[in-house]
Design a protein around this ligand. Sequence first.
Ligand code: G5P
Ligand code: MG
Length: 223
Amino acid sequence: MASKVLRAVVLGPPGSGKGTVCERIARSFGLQHLSSGQFLRESLRRGGEVGVLAKQYLERGLLVPDHVITRVMMTELEKRRAEHWLLDGFPRTLGQAEALDRICELDLVISLNIPFETLKDRLSARWIHPASGRVYNMEFNPPHVHGIDDLTGEPLVQREDDKPEAIAARLRKYKDAAKPVIELYKSRGILHSFSGTETNKIWPYVYALLSNKIPPVHSEEEN
Ligand code: G5P
Ligand code: MG
């Protein structure tokens, strides 16, 4: 098991639970969780060059150009050559998958298949703590105090792209771009798909899959 560093990817439409599942995997197996969307939102918040470039796309729920996101991710991955990592939301197009191929060989790709109606409901109930990226859902994992981050006491906000006009655009775009990426990983025999409407029901299967590749540092129930 895990004689080398593990390279894994979680794919799925907006709201499918990529972030939620990646957080659990990261905690259970000690992997670095790298979210492309979170890198962009952090840069936007800091007023960084990439954030400024990405702003118009993020707010409208459109994919940022391949060369922009690929540069961000390659820079982050370069810093983590010796660590096990798990990508959340990258690659999302064939061009991005090809860029990733040039720097590593993936061991495992998880694809989350969640019905579109469920996605819309989840996204409109999501609130985040912008500084840390902590994610809440008014039904699934509400904060202790309505509208307030549990750890810092700071206010929660809704992501610009979780507003109804942007949600519809994001869901439409996802399918077209992701299809060839999913086909590519399926043809390599590294794709594992999970379907359902509840993350808690999918999670034991994801945990079992990862356990075959890398020893857990925390048990399944601790998540
Ligand atoms: P992101 O940040 O990658 P999306 O749109 O891919 O954003 P998102 O919205 O972050 O994905 P997710 O991570 O798949 O969704 O889902 P999540 O946050 O874990 O769960 C969604 C909500 O449902 C949460 O509130 C969670 O608590 C709740 N939830 C989870 N499980 C359950 C459950 O079982 N039941 C219930 N009721 N609720 C649950 O990308 C953002 C933007 O960045 C750019 C694009 O503009 C993109 O739109 N970008 C890229 N552009 C080009 N290429 C890339 N590779 C890009 N990456 C990012
Ligand atoms: Mg996410």
